[in-house]
Design a protein around this ligand. Sequence first.
Ligand SMILES: Cc1cc2nc3c(=O)[nH]c(=O)nc-3n(C[C@H](O)[C@H](O)[C@H](O)COP(=O)(O)O)c2cc1C
Length: 214
Amino acid sequence: MKNIQNIRTDYVKGVLRLQDLQDSPGQQLSQWLQDAITAEALDANAFCLSTLNSKGFPRGRNVLVKGVEEESIVFYTNKTSSKSADLSLNAKAGATFFWPELERQVCLYGNVSELSEKENDGYFASRPRESQLGAWVSKQSQPLSSREELDATLEAVREKYRDIEVIDRPSHWGGFRIAFVSVEFWQGRTSRLHDRIVYTKGERGQWQKGLLQP
Ligand SMILES: Cc1cc2nc3c(=O)[nH]c(=O)nc-3n(C[C@H](O)[C@H](O)[C@H](O)COP(=O)(O)O)c2cc1C
């Protein structure tokens, strides 16, 4: 292995100034997501979702953002999962995007709520059939005795839906919305003197932007 103490990148691809940023963090995040898609970043819409478990330990895992709104983002998951258990105890989460191709990071946190049945149904219906079947197969994050058990369950579910055109959404599958409290945009700069700008809400509920030291 290469000596990891010698791995470092000098970031030179961009500059972030207050006057370049959109008025709302959602607009700005949409723009950076679009830039990442244009740059053909792998899984441009992936972010690390951080939650706290019942013992107070923070834990992160990647999920895909499926909606960016003016003041929130949306993702979908299986509600048997650890993340879902964490969020039912503590409806707060962090989200961290990293696009190495653009030397950019976004770190946000906010309050979490469940999507409506209508929103869940709408997105579930748009998923590929195999993903829809998968939602019936997995009790995400629960112990599994063997891969064979999972494969057998998939076969049974395929068989059940063989002649059924529309696969209904399992009640344990759906989405969450993270309503922004703080959203930081980070652009790597040379000599580790990066540009950082954070959006927070002012007293009258308007978004305000401020610089942070690198
Ligand atoms: C790039 C990437 C995208 C992922 N997207 C999702 C997603 O949108 N929803 C999801 O439930 N899991 C997704 N996963 C799997 C999660 O990282 C995780 O393994 C799973 O949700 C179980 O997490 P938990 O046990 O912490 O709840 C993704 C994994 C990767 C690497």
